[in-house]
Write a protein that binds this ligand. Structure first.
Ligand SMILES: *Cc1c(COP(=O)(O)O)cnc(C)c1O
Length: 236
Protein backbone atom coordinates (compact mmCIF):
# COMPACT_ATOMS: atom_id res chain seq x y z
CA UNK A 1 0.00 0.00 0.00
CA UNK A 2 1.30 3.45 -0.88
CA UNK A 3 1.34 6.40 1.51
CA UNK A 4 -1.45 7.96 -0.56
CA UNK A 5 -3.63 4.87 -0.24
CA UNK A 6 -2.89 4.62 3.47
CA UNK A 7 -3.91 8.21 4.10
CA UNK A 8 -7.19 7.58 2.23
CA UNK A 9 -7.85 4.44 4.28
CA UNK A 10 -7.10 6.12 7.62
CA UNK A 11 -9.34 9.04 6.62
CA UNK A 12 -12.18 6.69 5.73
CA UNK A 13 -11.83 4.92 9.08
CA UNK A 14 -11.76 8.19 10.99
CA UNK A 15 -14.87 9.30 9.15
CA UNK A 16 -16.65 6.03 9.90
CA UNK A 17 -15.72 6.31 13.59
CA UNK A 18 -16.99 9.88 13.72
CA UNK A 19 -20.27 8.99 12.05
CA UNK A 20 -20.66 5.97 14.36
CA UNK A 21 -20.72 8.25 17.40
CA UNK A 22 -22.63 11.12 15.84
CA UNK A 23 -19.68 13.47 15.39
CA UNK A 24 -18.89 15.67 12.43
CA UNK A 25 -15.87 14.06 10.66
CA UNK A 26 -14.48 17.53 9.96
CA UNK A 27 -13.88 17.95 13.70
CA UNK A 28 -11.10 15.34 13.56
CA UNK A 29 -7.69 16.37 12.25
CA UNK A 30 -5.19 13.87 10.94
CA UNK A 31 -1.61 14.57 12.00
CA UNK A 32 1.02 12.50 10.19
CA UNK A 33 3.65 11.36 12.72
CA UNK A 34 6.64 11.68 10.40
CA UNK A 35 9.53 10.51 12.57
CA UNK A 36 12.15 8.50 10.71
CA UNK A 37 10.47 9.19 7.38
CA UNK A 38 12.27 11.31 4.81
CA UNK A 39 11.23 14.51 3.07
CA UNK A 40 9.76 12.69 0.05
CA UNK A 41 7.54 10.53 2.25
CA UNK A 42 6.40 13.63 4.14
CA UNK A 43 5.58 15.39 0.85
CA UNK A 44 3.52 12.44 -0.34
CA UNK A 45 1.51 12.43 2.90
CA UNK A 46 0.85 16.16 2.53
CA UNK A 47 -0.23 15.72 -1.10
CA UNK A 48 -2.56 12.94 0.07
CA UNK A 49 -4.24 15.46 2.35
CA UNK A 50 -3.09 15.03 5.95
CA UNK A 51 -3.97 18.12 8.01
CA UNK A 52 -0.55 18.54 9.59
CA UNK A 53 2.74 16.81 10.31
CA UNK A 54 4.15 15.97 13.75
CA UNK A 55 7.87 15.65 14.30
CA UNK A 56 9.52 14.06 17.33
CA UNK A 57 13.14 15.00 17.22
CA UNK A 58 14.63 18.47 16.94
CA UNK A 59 17.33 17.32 14.56
CA UNK A 60 14.86 15.74 12.14
CA UNK A 61 12.64 18.82 12.32
CA UNK A 62 15.58 21.08 11.50
CA UNK A 63 16.72 18.90 8.61
CA UNK A 64 13.26 18.58 7.05
CA UNK A 65 12.53 22.30 7.49
CA UNK A 66 15.75 23.00 5.57
CA UNK A 67 14.50 20.66 2.83
CA UNK A 68 11.16 22.46 2.78
CA UNK A 69 9.53 19.07 3.41
CA UNK A 70 6.43 20.43 5.16
CA UNK A 71 5.41 22.92 2.46
CA UNK A 72 1.62 23.05 2.29
CA UNK A 73 0.88 21.78 5.80
CA UNK A 74 1.42 23.02 9.35
CA UNK A 75 4.12 21.26 11.33
CA UNK A 76 3.86 20.37 15.00
CA UNK A 77 6.44 19.19 17.52
CA UNK A 78 5.22 16.04 19.28
CA UNK A 79 8.32 14.59 20.99
CA UNK A 80 10.04 15.24 24.28
CA UNK A 81 11.59 18.71 24.09
CA UNK A 82 14.64 19.53 26.17
CA UNK A 83 14.70 23.10 27.47
CA UNK A 84 18.11 23.71 25.87
CA UNK A 85 16.61 23.03 22.42
CA UNK A 86 13.64 25.34 22.75
CA UNK A 87 15.21 27.93 20.43
CA UNK A 88 15.23 25.48 17.56
CA UNK A 89 11.50 24.80 17.88
CA UNK A 90 9.69 27.91 19.13
CA UNK A 91 8.50 30.03 16.20
CA UNK A 92 9.32 27.26 13.72
CA UNK A 93 6.30 25.05 14.40
CA UNK A 94 2.61 25.90 14.53
CA UNK A 95 2.01 23.89 17.69
CA UNK A 96 4.19 22.29 20.35
CA UNK A 97 2.00 19.37 21.45
CA UNK A 98 4.32 17.94 24.05
CA UNK A 99 4.76 20.49 26.84
CA UNK A 100 5.39 18.21 29.78
CA UNK A 101 6.70 20.42 32.59
CA UNK A 102 6.38 23.92 34.02
CA UNK A 103 10.11 24.34 33.42
CA UNK A 104 9.58 23.73 29.69
CA UNK A 105 6.56 26.02 29.64
CA UNK A 106 8.68 28.78 31.19
CA UNK A 107 11.49 28.21 28.68
CA UNK A 108 9.01 28.44 25.78
CA UNK A 109 7.61 31.64 27.29
CA UNK A 110 11.07 33.22 27.46
CA UNK A 111 11.95 32.30 23.88
CA UNK A 112 8.55 33.34 22.49
CA UNK A 113 8.86 36.70 24.29
CA UNK A 114 12.35 37.15 22.84
CA UNK A 115 10.94 36.55 19.35
CA UNK A 116 7.88 38.73 20.15
CA UNK A 117 5.49 35.96 19.11
CA UNK A 118 2.80 33.85 20.76
CA UNK A 119 3.59 30.14 20.61
CA UNK A 120 0.65 27.73 20.61
CA UNK A 121 1.07 24.64 22.77
CA UNK A 122 -0.74 21.63 24.18
CA UNK A 123 -0.15 20.27 27.66
CA UNK A 124 0.93 16.64 27.61
CA UNK A 125 -0.83 14.54 30.21
CA UNK A 126 0.65 11.31 31.56
CA UNK A 127 -2.81 9.78 31.67
CA UNK A 128 -1.68 6.25 32.53
CA UNK A 129 0.51 7.59 35.33
CA UNK A 130 3.48 5.70 33.88
CA UNK A 131 6.94 6.31 35.34
CA UNK A 132 8.48 5.75 31.89
CA UNK A 133 6.59 8.70 30.42
CA UNK A 134 6.83 12.41 30.96
CA UNK A 135 3.85 14.71 31.18
CA UNK A 136 1.69 16.43 33.75
CA UNK A 137 -0.61 14.45 35.95
CA UNK A 138 -4.24 15.57 35.86
CA UNK A 139 -3.83 16.91 39.40
CA UNK A 140 -1.21 19.41 38.15
CA UNK A 141 -3.66 21.15 35.84
CA UNK A 142 -5.26 23.58 38.29
CA UNK A 143 -1.78 24.81 39.31
CA UNK A 144 -0.84 25.48 35.68
CA UNK A 145 -4.09 27.25 34.92
CA UNK A 146 -3.51 29.36 38.03
CA UNK A 147 -0.18 30.49 36.59
CA UNK A 148 -1.41 31.16 33.06
CA UNK A 149 -0.89 34.92 33.39
CA UNK A 150 2.87 34.27 33.77
CA UNK A 151 2.92 32.96 30.20
CA UNK A 152 1.54 35.77 28.01
CA UNK A 153 3.54 34.57 24.99
CA UNK A 154 2.14 31.06 25.18
CA UNK A 155 -1.35 30.04 24.05
CA UNK A 156 -2.59 26.79 25.57
CA UNK A 157 -4.79 25.21 22.92
CA UNK A 158 -5.61 21.96 24.64
CA UNK A 159 -4.24 18.62 25.73
CA UNK A 160 -2.22 15.73 24.33
CA UNK A 161 -1.79 12.21 25.64
CA UNK A 162 -0.05 8.96 24.87
CA UNK A 163 -1.82 6.23 26.86
CA UNK A 164 -0.11 2.99 27.90
CA UNK A 165 0.64 0.45 25.17
CA UNK A 166 -2.56 -1.53 24.67
CA UNK A 167 -2.46 -5.26 24.04
CA UNK A 168 -6.14 -5.53 23.18
CA UNK A 169 -8.41 -3.17 21.30
CA UNK A 170 -10.63 -1.17 23.59
CA UNK A 171 -8.11 -1.32 26.41
CA UNK A 172 -7.31 2.39 26.25
CA UNK A 173 -10.87 3.63 25.97
CA UNK A 174 -10.95 4.42 29.69
CA UNK A 175 -7.84 6.60 29.39
CA UNK A 176 -9.26 8.39 26.37
CA UNK A 177 -12.49 9.04 28.26
CA UNK A 178 -10.56 10.44 31.23
CA UNK A 179 -8.69 12.72 28.83
CA UNK A 180 -11.92 13.95 27.34
CA UNK A 181 -13.33 14.75 30.80
CA UNK A 182 -10.15 16.66 31.62
CA UNK A 183 -10.33 18.55 28.31
CA UNK A 184 -13.95 19.60 28.88
CA UNK A 185 -13.01 20.67 32.40
CA UNK A 186 -10.09 22.79 31.14
CA UNK A 187 -12.25 24.47 28.52
CA UNK A 188 -14.61 25.50 31.27
CA UNK A 189 -11.77 26.88 33.39
CA UNK A 190 -9.68 28.80 30.85
CA UNK A 191 -11.13 32.28 30.47
CA UNK A 192 -10.16 32.85 26.86
CA UNK A 193 -11.34 29.38 25.94
CA UNK A 194 -12.36 29.96 22.31
CA UNK A 195 -8.77 29.07 21.51
CA UNK A 196 -8.93 25.76 23.37
CA UNK A 197 -9.88 23.48 20.51
CA UNK A 198 -7.48 20.55 20.45
CA UNK A 199 -7.57 17.19 22.17
CA UNK A 200 -4.72 15.24 20.59
CA UNK A 201 -4.95 11.50 21.21
CA UNK A 202 -5.04 8.30 19.22
CA UNK A 203 -2.26 6.60 17.22
CA UNK A 204 -2.15 3.83 14.60
CA UNK A 205 -3.37 1.12 16.96
CA UNK A 206 -6.17 2.98 18.67
CA UNK A 207 -7.34 6.02 16.72
CA UNK A 208 -10.85 4.64 16.34
CA UNK A 209 -11.34 4.42 20.12
CA UNK A 210 -9.80 7.87 20.54
CA UNK A 211 -12.35 9.35 18.13
CA UNK A 212 -15.20 7.57 19.90
CA UNK A 213 -14.02 9.15 23.16
CA UNK A 214 -13.82 12.68 21.71
CA UNK A 215 -10.37 13.17 20.18
CA UNK A 216 -10.06 16.13 17.80
CA UNK A 217 -6.63 15.13 16.48
CA UNK A 218 -5.07 11.73 15.91
CA UNK A 219 -1.32 11.33 15.35
CA UNK A 220 -0.72 8.48 12.96
CA UNK A 221 2.67 7.16 11.87
CA UNK A 222 2.81 3.43 11.14
CA UNK A 223 -0.62 3.20 9.48
CA UNK A 224 0.45 5.88 6.99
CA UNK A 225 4.15 5.25 6.44
CA UNK A 226 4.52 1.57 7.36
CA UNK A 227 6.67 0.15 10.15
CA UNK A 228 9.66 2.25 11.16
CA UNK A 229 13.12 0.77 10.79
CA UNK A 230 14.69 1.32 14.21
CA UNK A 231 17.92 -0.35 13.11
CA UNK A 232 18.91 2.90 11.43
CA UNK A 233 18.17 5.08 14.44
CA UNK A 234 21.63 5.09 15.95
CA UNK A 235 23.16 6.04 12.59
CA UNK A 236 21.03 9.19 12.36
C1 LIG B 1 5.40 7.97 16.78
C2 LIG B 1 4.35 8.76 17.45
C3 LIG B 1 3.01 8.65 17.06
C4 LIG B 1 2.52 7.70 16.00
O1 LIG B 1 2.70 6.37 16.38
P1 LIG B 1 2.18 5.16 15.44
O2 LIG B 1 1.89 4.07 16.40
O3 LIG B 1 3.30 4.85 14.53
O4 LIG B 1 0.98 5.66 14.73
C5 LIG B 1 2.08 9.45 17.71
N1 LIG B 1 2.45 10.30 18.69
C6 LIG B 1 3.71 10.44 19.08
C7 LIG B 1 4.05 11.41 20.15
C8 LIG B 1 4.69 9.66 18.48
O5 LIG B 1 5.95 9.78 18.90
Amino acid sequence: MSITENVARVRAELEAAAVACGRDPREIKLCAATKMNDADAVREAIRAGVDCCGENRVQELTEKLAQNAYAGAPVHFIGHLQTNKVRQVVGRVDLIQSVDSLRLLAAIQREAARQAIVQSVLLEINIGNESSKSGFSPENIPEILGKISEFPNVCIKGLMAIPPIAHNSGENLKFFQKMCDLYVDIRNKIEDNVKVDCLSMGMSGDYRDAVLAGSTMVRVGTAIFGARDYKNLSAK
